[in-house]
Structure formats: structure tokens, C-alpha cells
Design a protein around this ligand. Structure first.
Ligand SMILES: CC(C)(COP(=O)(O)OP(=O)(O)OC[C@H]1O[C@@H](n2cnc3c(N)ncnc32)[C@H](O)[C@@H]1OP(=O)(O)O)[C@@H](O)C(=O)NCCC(=O)NCCSC(=O)Cc1ccccc1
Length: 169
């Protein structure tokens, strides 16, 4: 990944576990960091190199989806103060996302209906304008649902959720 300016490590890196999107210790991950504005929008700067290509010079669509999923997850957490999981994600790839170019991904909550949170996100740059837009549904994980979500998963998952909550809310 190119560009390091937005990668200040969080106070407790362990809180992010090994998350592909945001864990500072995952050297193969995106190591995204986030900021928020007064309106509750969350954004992250991203500039990806050729390891993330599909066609030469073009970022793989799955990676674009990952960047948006990650910023959407953070927007849900920031607004609702509960961890959540993606249960729906729809993308429109408007233009190719290019390697070595700086972009910003921005997400915001549109509505909440019980445990379901609807959000929108976009990826854009000063030179290319809008390159991708996302509509997403996240499900908030109360303790019971968290238990359901981690069925069959290692014990460390719950601990990781707890650390993550402490760190990012
Ligand atoms: C545990 C749960 C989320 C929910 O299971 P349960 O508790 O059994 O709940 P149930 O399925 O019963 O649904 C309840 C109600 O909700 C409804 N409904 C559901 N979906 C939709 C919809 N799309 N649209 C509309 N409605 C929907 C459903 O019909 C039902 O309605 P009903 O009550 O019948 O009227 C399970 O689906 C799961 O594990 N999914 C895998 C998730 C996963 O792996 N995600 C990827 C990893 S996370 C990630 O990467 C992001 C991240 C990054 C970084 C950091 C943090 C996060």
C-alpha cells in the first residue's frame, strides 16, 4: 500500500485484532484509520498499490468493496455504539479505481430500524470524482446475537469484540 500519512497507530493496537481492514499489526491488511466529522460521517484515506490489482493499474473490485465495508462498519459503530456485522452490501462501480492514486472513502448512517442499520458509502478522489457507491445493511450485535454470531468460532472472538468496543467507542 502506498502512502502512510493516515496510519497513526491507535492507542491499543490489540483492540483491532487481526482485522484485514484496520488492524495496524496485519502487514498484509489495509491498515485503514478513520476520522469523523460533526455530521457523523466517517472517512478514511486510501492509496493502494499493485498488490491489489485486477487488471493492470486497476484496483480489484473485491478490495474496493472491502474498503467500503470497513468504513461502513465504522460508521455504524460510531453512530450506534454497538458492534455490528454486514448483512447486506450492494456496490456500483462507477469508474475504475486506480493503483497509486489517493482516494477517500466516506460512509454515513441513513436510518435505523431496530437492529438493522442502513448506510451509504462512497469512494472518490479529487482527480477522478466518484468511483464507487455502496448501499449497506448492518445488523447490530447485542450480547445474545454476538453469541449467535460467534457459534463455532474461537473464544478469542468475544474478547476481540470487547476490546474493539472499548477502543473505538
Ligand atoms: C448473527 C447474524 C448477523 C444475525 O443472525 P440472527 O441473529 O440469526 O438474525 P436473523 O438472520 O434471524 O435476522 C434477524 C432479522 O433481520 C432480517 N435481516 C437479516 N439480514 C437482512 C438484510 N440484509 N436486509 C433486511 N433484513 C435482514 C432477517 O430477515 C430477520 O428478520 P425477521 O426477524 O425474520 O423479521 C448472522 O446473520 C450472521 O452471522 N451473518 C454473517 C455476517 C457476516 O459474517 N458478515 C461479514 C463479517 S462483518 C464485516 O466484515 C464488517 C466489519 C468489518 C470490520 C469490523 C467490524 C465489522
Amino acid at each position: 500500500m502506498d502512502g502512510d500519512s493516515h496510519r497513526a497507530p491507535p492507542p491499543d493496537p490489540a483492540a483491532y485484532g487481526n482485522c484485514f481492514g484496520c488492524a495496524p499489526g496485519n502487514v498484509r491488511g489495509l491498515r485503514l484509520t478513520f476520522r469523523h466529522d460533526e455530521a457523523g460521517r466517517i472517512s478514511t484515506d486510501v492509496c493502494l498499490g499493485r498488490d491489489f490489482e485486477s487488471f493492470p493499474g486497476i484496483i480489484h473490485g473485491g478490495i474496493v468493496a472491502t474498503v467500503l465495508d470497513e468504513v461502513l462498519a465504522r460508521a455504524s459503530l460510531h453512530a450506534c455504539r454497538l458492534p455490528s456485522m454486514t448483512v447486506g452490501l450492494r456496490l456500483r462501480y462507477v469508474k475504475a479505481t486506480r493503483t497509486g492514486q489517493p482516494y477517500v472513502a466516506i460512509a454515513e448512517v441513513q436510518s435505523r430500524d431496530g437492529d438493522l442499520v442502513r448506510l451509504t458509502g462512497r469512494l472518490e478522489s479529487a482527480t477522478d470524482g466518484l468511483v464507487a457507491v455502496a448501499d449497506a445493511t448492518f445488523m447490530l450485535l447485542d450480547p445474545a446475537r454476538m453469541d449467535a454470531a460467534r457459534q463455532g468460532l474461537p473464544e478469542e472472538t468475544l474478547e476481540s469484540f470487547k476490546r474493539y468496543m472499548r477502543e473505538v467507542t
